[in-house]
Write a protein that binds this ligand. Structure first.
Ligand code: AMP
Length: 281
């Protein structure tokens, strides 16, 4: 497995593979990898001849008051983990390599980006779309892998891929959880031991919501009220949002039928954590 830092090196390597007729999968990440990322790498390694993992803490998706400077990083450990899982190339560029001379071109999606996380993080998805668009152009993968933990991000990338004709197969992978149910996240390291214990309430509320839906409840208000009450049993939890939306458009829905999404962002101290479930056919 190679680790490269320049766009030219990625292009040269991918060209070699293409000339041999090999398929290429891409897993975009911000590093500090855990088994959630690992599941994406494993899926890509299984479904493609070659897998590229990008490790880049993308500054354009962080607002000035957010955790860009403190975001955890460990490229050495990430590389060893990717190699173990069968990745072939790590692309770990410096900021200057991705954004020469400052960047004046961005991908700015409307509607889907203005709901849920977009309300408290108004510039976030512009940064995400821009960096993923750049990675799609740099790597030109056949398939790209994203986690359902970031459900809105997944819907946005799928839509961008369609709207801008990137011609990548965008694949959503299931949420990987800790043993007690907490969705794995690089940001879980921000939790104090008390907050870590308290944060289990998110997956508990997801299980409660899922059980109600599986028992036939279709009234979003009722399911959300029960989930909210569950989260509010935990005094350290501060809800940013808890909503039922259409899983494709991110617009709020009253009736829970496929393809709906119930998604939440909840703060525990310095950490803002996500969880969700999709209502599928
Ligand atoms: P990040 O490094 O946080 O930008 O995440 C990179 C990719 O890994 C995104 O597509 C995330 O949705 C995905 N991911 C992060 N955590 C998990 C998880 N617990 N389960 C599945 N996918 C995840």
């Amino acid at each position: 497995m190679k680790i490269v830092k320049t766009v030219a090196e990625v292009r040269a390597q991918v060209k070699e593979w293409r000339d041999e007729g090999l398929s290429v999968g891409l897993v975009p990440t911000m590093g500090y990898l855990h088994e959630g990322h690992g599941s994406l790498v494993t899926a890509s390694a299984k479904e493609n001849n070659r897998t590229v993992v990008s490790v880049f803490v993308n500054p354009t998706q962080f607002a000035p008051n957010e955790d860009l400077a403190n975001y955890p990083r460990d490229l050495e450990k990430d590389s060893a983990y990717c190699e173990e899982l069968g990745a072939d190339l790590i692309f770990a560029p410096e900021v200057e390599e991705m954004y020469h001379d400052g960047n004046v071109t961005f991908i700015n999606m409307t509607t889907l980006t203005e709901e849920l996380c977009g309300l408290s993080r108004p510039i976030h998805f512009k940064g995400v779309c821009t960096v993923v668009g750049k990675l799609f152009n740099i790597v030109r993968p056949d398939r790209a892998y994203f986690g359902k933990k970031d459900a809105q991000q997944l819907a946005i990338i799928k839509r961008m891929n369609e709207d801008l004709n990137f011609d990548v197969e965008v694949i959503g992978c299931p949420i990987v959880r800790e043993e007690d149910g907490l969705a794995k996240s690089s940001r879980n390291v921000y939790l104090t031991p008390e907050e870590r214990k308290a944060a289990v309430v998110l997956s508990r509320s997801v299980r409660l919501g899922e059980a109600m839906v599986n028992n036939g409840e279709t009234d979003a208000e009722k399911v959300l009220a029960a989930m909210r009450a569950e989260i509010e049993t935990e005094p350290l939890a501060e809800i940013d949002y808890l909503k039922a939306v259409d899983g494709l458009t991110m617009q709020q829905v009253k009736e829970l039928k496929a393809p709906a999404l119930i998604a939440m962002a909840v703060r525990f101290g310095k950490a803002r954590l996500l969880d969700n479930f999709f209502i599928e056919e």
